[in-house]
Ligand binder design. Structure first.
Ligand code: HEM
Length: 512
């Protein structure tokens, strides 16, 4: 009672009424700010996305050609949308602006990859470049590879190893051409690139008589690993189940990884057994990596498993990608004889009709470079990059992207955006002749090698190998479809995009 009566007393006094009004106004303002800051503190929503089923989420609805499937969904759900793969949240990005927010503005946060269960097995526990999370160790490994193993200077020293392999394939194709036999070019390109890559890895180490044997064993293991990396794995969608390896994929990868490890041991012991005088002559990658391992440098500090994991990266990263770029380029050229003729004219002018192509000619072949760029635009062999993973929850384009979600950047769809590319489905290398796009990932409308901290470390080697081999195939032969038909160029989605059906070609020899 006393309180109420004193309140009345206060209110009855005019000074006190003013006082109360001031308190009410201040409280209202404070309350408003509290509400405002509370609403600010609530995180923005997750990106939109289609409905999924309980537990399995969107898994039952996925289509094998993920790149085209995601492109279709983006038309309905926008440039950034979400899907649940079991308990894993996937975020799909389909615009260069959002890709830039992820790969440039927030690059340090998103510069990690989501390691599939099987990849842990064939990468010595994820210690290689592709799976090491962003941090000092990754920076050290990448620097070492870019500056010392895959650098342009190092490439120069291994020119002879690459030339030998490519010329060997040309001689074989020339024999087939003379006999009038059509060529399964996909198979030949695979063997040629595999040999080129292995020559660079240990070509100066493995003796001639052992080469075929190592090559055959190696090729079988690589194919098996690529297939396993592609297989959808329950352990990745429900990590709590991973220890059961319900599909036995980890076990199968373990078998292949053991075979590969034995093969690495065999090659390494050959190199270690070589007499001191032969060191440095061949300049293969193995020799360089072993030298780095033996250096007394605290910052580098590689052990033998690190060396093997890096060799694995180069094999897996270097083979499939380059093979498919060359295969797509040749298929498009077969369908576009005018473009093939223009490329051959450039080669005849720069190289000469009766000479053979050398890597030193490459900087003088802008049209061949434009063919490679256009092939990588239209048939982006790394269509979704290697999915990135944020190390912390982040806001992108007004949406919350939770820590550890799986980020797919649909570069394939970005490269076909009609607002940027005129007639995007047409194969037209001349759009690259003005040099406005390069491979460095600075313009997010064109990022075939990725961009930022996780951009491909083998870009210099990939560019060289692809250009040199396309140039050699076009300069040495005229190519035709055996039945003279137009090819149906269909893509097959995988860790790398490839031609659905390998095609037969009719080569006729220009120079032997
Ligand atoms: C034309 C040929 C090639 C293309 C189109 C290509 C494309 C790519 C792409 C798109 C990525 C993923 C970037 C990302 O996740 O953001 C990548 C990563 C990588 N590439 Fe390549 N690549 C090629 C050749 C090579 C070669 C020749 C090697 C090695 C000898 C190589 C080794 C790697 C490695 C180790 C990574 C992982 C980098 C990391 O995660 O930090 N690539 N490449």
């Amino acid at each position: 009672m006393t309180t109420i009566s004193s309140l009345f007393k206060i209110l009855s006094c005019r000074d006190h009424v003013d006082y109360v009004l001031v308190v009410i106004v201040i409280s209202s303002v404070l309350w408003y700010f509290w509400l405002y800051s509370k609403s600010k503190r609530q995180s923005p929503p997750l990106p939109p996305g289609p409905w999924g089923l309980p537990i399995v989420g969107h898994l039952p609805f996925l289509k094998p050609e993920l790149h085209t499937y995601f492109q279709g969904l983006s038309k309905k759900h926008g440039p950034i949308f979400k899907l649940w793969f079991g308990s894993k949240l996937a975020i799909v990005v389909t615009s260069s602006e959002v890709a830039c927010e992820i790969l440039r503005t927030n690059d340090a946060i998103f510069a990690n990859h989501d390691v599939p269960a099987v990849a842990l097995v064939n990468s010595y526990g994820g210690i290689d470049i592709a799976w090491t999370p962003y941090g000092p160790r990754l920076l050290m490994l990448r620097k070492l590879c870019v500056n010392r193993v895959l650098s342009n200077a190092r490439m120069e020293k291994s020119v002879d190893l690459r030339r030998g392999e490519t010329r060997r394939t040309v001689r074989y194709l020339a024999d087939l051409a003379r006999a009038g036999s059509p060529v399964d070019l996909g198979e030949q390109i695979f063997l040629m690139i595999l040999n080129v890559v292995t020559q660079m890895l240990w070509g100066a180490t493995v003796k001639n008589e052992d080469r075929e044997l190592v090559g055959a064993e190696f090729s079988g293991i690589i194919q098996g690993m690529v297939d396993l990396l592609l297989e959808p794995n329950i352990s990745d969608f429900f990590p709590v189940l991973s220890r059961f390896d319900l599909q036995g994929l980890v076990k199968r990868m373990g078998g292949l990884a053991q075979r590969m490890d034995r093969l690495f041991d065999r090659v390494i012991s050959q190199r270690l057994g070589m007499d001191k005088g032969s060191e440095g002559k061949g300049e293969d990658f193995l020799e360089v990596l072993l030298k780095i391992k033996n250096e007394d440098d605290e910052k580098t500090n590689l052990n033998m498993n690190d060396v093997k994991a890096l060799l694995m990266d180069m094999v897996l990263g270097g083979t499939d990608t380059s093979v498919h770029v060359i295969e797509f380029a040749m298929a498009e050229l077969l369908n576009n004889p005018d473009i093939m003729k223009r490329a051959q004219q450039e080669l005849d002018e720069v190289v000469g009709k009766d000479k053979i192509v050398e890597e030193s000619h490459i900087p003088k072949l802008p049209y061949i470079l434009a063919i490679m760029k256009e092939t990588l635009r239209l048939h982006t062999v790394g269509p979704l990059l290697n999915p990135h993973r944020p190390s912390q929850t982040t806001v992108v384009s007004g949406f919350t992207i939770p820590k550890d979600s799986k980020i797919f950047i649909n570069v394939w769809a970005i490269h076909r955006n009609p607002d940027v590319w005129e007639n995007p489905l047409e194969f037209d290398p001349s759009r690259f002749l003005d040099q406005s796009y390069d491979f460095n990932g600075n313009d997010f409308n064109y990022i075939p090698f990725g961009s930022g901290r996780r951009i491909c470390v083998g870009m210099a080697m990939g560019e060289r190998v692809v250009l040199y081999n396309i140039a050699t195939l076009l300069h040495s032969f005229d190519w035709r479809h055996p039945q003279g038909e137009r090819l149906k160029i269909e893509e097959k989605f995988g860790i790398t995009l490839k031609l659905k059906k390998s095609t037969c070609y009719d080569p006729s020899t220009k120079v032997g």
